[in-house]
Design a binder for this molecule. Structure first.
Ligand SMILES: Nc1nc2c(ncn2[C@@H]2O[C@H](COP(=O)(O)OP(=O)(O)OP(=O)(O)O)[C@@H](O)[C@H]2O)c(=O)[nH]1
Ligand SMILES: [Mg+2]
Length: 449
């Protein structure tokens, strides 16, 4: 389907070797050809050199034109890309020409939205386009590419097909119930739904990691004064950002810095050592530290390995153990005199922030703890939208299973349940998609994409 012609600058604003204008929709080649003069016969997917000339006959620029004939284009419509020199004034003038000839300025994400509407890509792939452009970390980028190549779609579609088949069986049961041909047994229904639920749970397990990849991990370094929190902060940052002294209570206010841990975005927070104190400034610092404990995705609880645990260590540990945490025994270069019985079940990572030893192992442990295994393959990590729908689908299926086992459900209702669960999956890939869903996805795009 060819919609009204749209145009946009597809390259970022500013000076560059090349600036690209993209047009898609009905009659875009004719529109461009009114201004872009070339000696060539224009062939799809070939690059043609020419001049861009305005209505008064002034040459605006020289450039290259590539024509993609529907349906073999990004949008599935006729699509033209004109590469000019990357000067914002040239691009603005070119844009004006095309607008004057009947094009409309594209909305954010409109090219990709048309690709979706024309069946070139599904909704998870459209989302992946936006993520591929905006991802801030190596792993998020690799994940987006996987999603763009249909990894998530395949997984969700497999589940959807399994449920649709089940629907067909249940329907046949209703239609031909008198004829006494069992098309599917009760056990088969239960095991099929069970399998789908297992797969949904596996996908849901990736949600937390997906969030970390996209938004980063908030990591708070916490402990009593002088155990070496700021030293560890600096070691992880690989620069001397925080002040380090042997005076207890050196860090008064928390410090936040972003760092990439093996390609994963991390916000590191150094906090004031937690202890009872009369100093009003330090007390506010301690309160803020406690707040950071609450906000963090993961806590590095630091102890001094070179001496026995103190009462304060144990008190802080009581607060920390409720949350995701790692115990970091620092100052191992001074020996290991700490008794660690109270940390039973916790893995203790030995480091020396001063000598910079054990830091790599600590980084690996941090990523492991949030579900990122650098040695394994990057999986398909779902986003919040996928998570919400998968949970709804799961809920319906669980309710169904429970009633089906008790035989407390008519075949008609059973079918409706399965159909509803399928619908939530279909919303993920966009087999069914409301304007609301589309609006919220495509409005996040940049113009020209
Ligand atoms: N030997 C040794 N000393 C360390 C190590 N890490 C830190 N220190 C020393 O311990 C002292 C305190 O270090 P900081 O990093 O300021 O400790 P902190 O936990 O941030 O202390 P507060 O900000 O007061 O809560 C300094 O003299 C550091 O040089 C280590 O791994 N080995
Ligand atoms: Mg400090």
């Amino acid at each position: 389907m060819q919609r009204e012609p749209i145009v946009a600058v597809a390259t970022p604003y500013g000076e560059g070797a090349i600036g690209l204008i993209r047009l898609s929709g009905k009659g875009v080649l004719q529109i461009v050809r009114r201004f872009f003069k070339t000696k060539d016969d224009i062939k799809p997917r070939f690059s043609h050199y020419g001049e861009l000339i305005d209505a008064e006959g002034n040459v605006l620029d020289e450039g290259l034109l590539v024509y993609f004939k529907a349906p073999h284009s990004y949008t599935g419509e006729d699509l033209v890309e004109v590469s000019l020199h990357g000067n914002p004034m040239i691009l603005r003038d070119a844009l004006r020409l095309f607008l004057s000839a009947g094009c409309r300025l594209a909305e954010p994400g409109e090219f990709t939205k048309r690709a979706f509407l024309n069946g070139k890509i599904d909704l998870t792939q459209a989302e992946a386009v936006a993520e591929l452009i905006t991802s801030k970390s190596e792993l998020a980028r690799r994940n987006a590419l996987k999603q763009l190549r249909g990894e998530l779609s395949r997984k969700v579609n497999r589940l959807r097909e399994s449920l649709l088949e089940l629907c067909a069986y249940l329907e046949a049961d209703i239609e031909f119930s008198e004829e006494d041909i069992p098309t599917i047994t009760k056990e088969q229904v239960i095991s099929r739904v069970g399998e789908v639920l297992d797969s949904i749970n596996r996908l849901l397990d990736t949600a937390k990691t997906g969030k970390f990849l996209r938004e980063g991990i908030k990591l708070a370094i916490v402990g009593r004064p002088n155990v070496g929190k700021s030293s560890l902060f600096n070691a992880l940052l690989r620069r001397e950002r925080a002040i380090v002294t042997d005076i207890e209570g050196t860090t008064r206010d928390f410090l936040e810095e972003s760092v990439s841990l093996k390609g994963v975005p991390v916000v590191l927070v150094d906090t004031a050592g937690i202890r009872e104190t009369q100093d009003p400034v330090e007390r506010i610092g301690v309160e803020r530290s406690e707040e950071k404990v609450r906000e963090a995705d993961l806590i590095l609880f630091v102890i001094d390995a070179s001496e026995p645990l103190r009462k304060e260590d144990k008190e802080i540990y009581e607060k920390v153990r409720e949350k995701e945490h790692l115990v970091v025994a620092n100052k191992v270069d001074l020996g290991y005199k700490v008794s660690v019985e109270i940390f039973e079940g916790d893995s203790i990572i030995k480091v020396s922030a001063l000598k910079k030893s054990g830091i790599q192992e600590l980084e690996r442990e941090i990523l492991n703890r949030v579900g990122i295994n650098l040695d394994g393959e990057v999986g398909a990590y779902i986003s919040l939208r996928h998570e919400v729908n998968l949970k709804k689908s799961k809920e319906v299926l669980e309710r169904f299973l429970e009633r089906y086992r008790r035989q407390d459900i008519s075949p008609e209702i059973a079918m409706l349940d399965i159909r509803e669960a399928t619908l939530y999956l279909e919303e993920i890939v966009g087999t069914v998609a409301t304007e609301d869903i589309l609006g919220s996805i495509f409005s996040r795009f940049c113009i020209g994409k």
